[in-house]
Design a protein around this ligand. Structure first.
Ligand code: B12
Ligand code: SF4
Length: 515
């Protein structure tokens, strides 16, 4: 017998409910608690892709963004009882795995108690790393190991037809008798073929990120992977898979015209990996006269002054640069493949084009000392950055650093975490000889305070605020870092105080419509 419990939804379209649950701060995160707290409220983009893929195959889909709408587990269960899903789906990251699992178990239990028998389907990055471990939990029925593009339509079709043999569903992780099976996925993923993410299922007016100036705000992903190979990054070595300028522009237009979007953060790992593509996107934005301001992530050696000017004229207002450290030796050890001298020149060009600069830095790199952290902070100050992010170096799943660490210690914390055998704790960094975890936290916090506590810098930021809410947000973030860095409670971030009323109203309307 292959699968004994194929449910009774034969010969009709499948009802799929995708749930985005709130998540809390973890000690094993690379960022400090206040940084997580003020990061932002973002659309569950992965689920919006899954939704559009399932809808294109003719199925009925809702997305419940419980995080943004501040729905409790019980309220979400009420919404689902009314929708009567055949399948409940969620996106799983490794770091937030237990919380998402807890939500899924609760929702499944509530629906079971109400006489429904939905299947539970999970996908997302964690499934790429730990497909079998993710399915080890009795409350999870199916997993999507990679992209949903082929897997989800095939799975929903099989469920619709009441098929019990799921071995033909590409990339599906499922349970056969007592074992977990990972089906092969022979098809190549062409990102450009994906339908546009289903933002019509999202509360687009509620999203915001820390530096937000306009709204509606959203995030976009215009390429997968990155051609570089930094040892701390999971994108390195993943095939660079860009969408065409035409598709990117179509999504931007849809965002602007249908969802009132005026600000976009492009979350690609390396947006300028293909400069010709970026030029075409920018020209397209200019031709369409899109009233959108945007941000993206790039490398200081992957742009030139002409490109920066074109990007600025097309609405680029901020670039997040991976600068990482003040030492060339450290950069070389991290496999960054970048000359440090490029930073100052590129940032100058960006600034003179009218683009704000944010620098990503790593603290706790091999051989790090108090002095080297101080040098990195001074370097960041000299670069005259508008924003900084100091993250603790972490051996994240699928990175070369993680491979080295699991091979040398014979243990994989993240695997045990997904299996429920590990607790949330600060992770060991065997490459650090002089600094312990507490010292590292203190150094990161000090780095932020030193960088931000310059009177000239503070004054400049206050003067540049375009609204009282922006000022309020920035002052609150600074106060949080200085006075209450360890205060728990991270779900409450509101980039706009008036969102409190808006969220309450939207939640009420949602529950009336769906609950
Ligand atoms: C946008 C984004 C966010 C947004 C929105 C969440 C989301 N993913 O929609 C926000 C800012 C909220 C966010 C939060 C977090 N994120 Co995030 N996020 C991204 C980002 C940049 C883009 C996601 C995307 O749309 N990609 C493009 C689509 C096409 O690919 P995809 O997301 O992989 O989705 C496809 C498949 O995975 C699959 N799939 C995904 N979900 C599901 C669900 C089901 C049911 C099915 C069937 C299939 C499926 O089908 C999708 C379409 O093909 C990715 C990095 C990246 N570039 O992918 C990180 C990434 C997914 N995030 C990551 C992390 C760490 C986080 C946080 C933990 C950060 C933090 N400390 O707060 C949180 C956790 C959130 C949570 N609930 O667990 C990691 C995950 C690593 C891991 N090992 O799990 C990634 C890979 C980034 C990174 N470099 O570290 N994130
Ligand atoms: S850190 Fe940046 S450049 Fe390096 S692999 Fe990751 S995305 Fe690419």
């Amino acid at each position: 017998m292959i699968l004994t419990t194929i449910p009774s939804f034969r010969r009709r379209k499948v009802k799929l409910a995708l749930v985005f649950n709130p998540f809390s701060y973890k000690l094993h995160e690379e960022n400090l608690r206040p940084i997580q707290r003020y990061f932002g409220l973002f659309p569950p983009l992965s689920l919006a892709w899954v939704a559009s893929i399932a809808r294109r195959a003719g199925h009925d889909v809702i997305i419940v963004d419980a995080r943004t709408l501040r729905l409790s587990m019980a309220e979400t269960a009420e919404v689902l009882k009314r929708f009567r899903p055949d399948v409940i789906g969620a996106m799983m990251t490794t770091y937030m795995f237990p919380e998402t699992l807890e939500w899924l178990s609760f929702l499944r239990g509530e629906l079971h108690a109400a006489g429904m028998r939905p299947k539970v389907l999970v996908g997302g990055y964690n499934l790429r790393v730990y497909p079998r471990e993710s399915l080890a939990h009795p409350d999870v029925d199916f997993g999507c190991e990679g992209h949903a593009y082929y897997t989800v339509p095939e799975l929903l079709k099989a469920l619709e037809e009441g098929r019990s043999d799921l071995s033909g569903v590409p990339g599906l992780v499922w349970k056969r008798d007592a074992s977990v099976v990972v089906n092969p996925h022979p098809q190549r993923i062409v990102f450009d073929d994906f339908p546009l993410p289903a933002r019509d299922l999202l509360p687009n007016d509620l999203y915001a990120e820390f530096p937000t100036r306009r709204r509606n705000f959203t995030v976009m992903v215009t390429s997968l992977g990155c051609p570089h190979r930094c040892v701390f990054c999971e994108a390195g070595g993943c095939e660079y898979n860009p969408r065409s300028p035409a598709t990117v522009l179509a999504e931007m237009k849809e965002c602007a015209q249908r969802h009132g979007v005026r600000e976009i953060d492009i979350f690609d790992y390396q947006f300028t990996a293909d400069r010709a593509r970026v030029r075409d996107i920018c020209r397209g934005m200019l031709e369409s006269k899109l009233d959108i301001e945007w941000a993206c992530r790039s490398r200081v050696d992957a742009v030139d002054p002409d490109l920066l000017r074109l990007m600025a004229s097309a609405g680029c207002r901020r670039i997040y640069w991976g600068i990482e450290h003040s030492s060339q030796i450290v950069l070389d050890g991290l496999g960054k493949g970048m000359r440090l001298e490029a930073a100052a020149e590129t940032l100058r060009s960006a600034r003179s084009a009218g683009i704000e600069n944010l620098g990503f830095f790593l603290v706790g790199t091999p051989g790090e000392t108090r002095e080297s952290v101080a040098r990195t902070v001074a370097f960041a100050q000299d670069l005259d950055l508008d924003y900084v992010q100091f993250s603790k170096l972490l051996a994240k799943p699928m990175t070369p650093l993680w491979r080295q660490m699991t091979a040398s210690t014979g243990r994989d914390y993240w695997r045990d975490w997904v299996l429920g055998k590990e607790t949330d704790r600060d992770l060991p960094r065997p490459w650090l000889t002089t600094l312990c975890a507490e010292e590292l936290d203190a150094l990161v916090r000090q780095a932020y305070l030193t960088f931000h506590s310059r009177p000239g810098f503070l004054l400049q930021h206050v003067l540049r605020c375009r609204s009282l809410t922006e000022l309020f947000r920035k002052v609150a973030a600074y106060a949080s870092l200085r006075f209450s860095p360890d205060r728990p409670g991270t779900e409450g971030f509101q980039a706009y105080p008036e969102n409190i009323v808006k969220v309450a109203l939207r939640k009420w309307a949602w529950l009336r419509r769906h609950g």
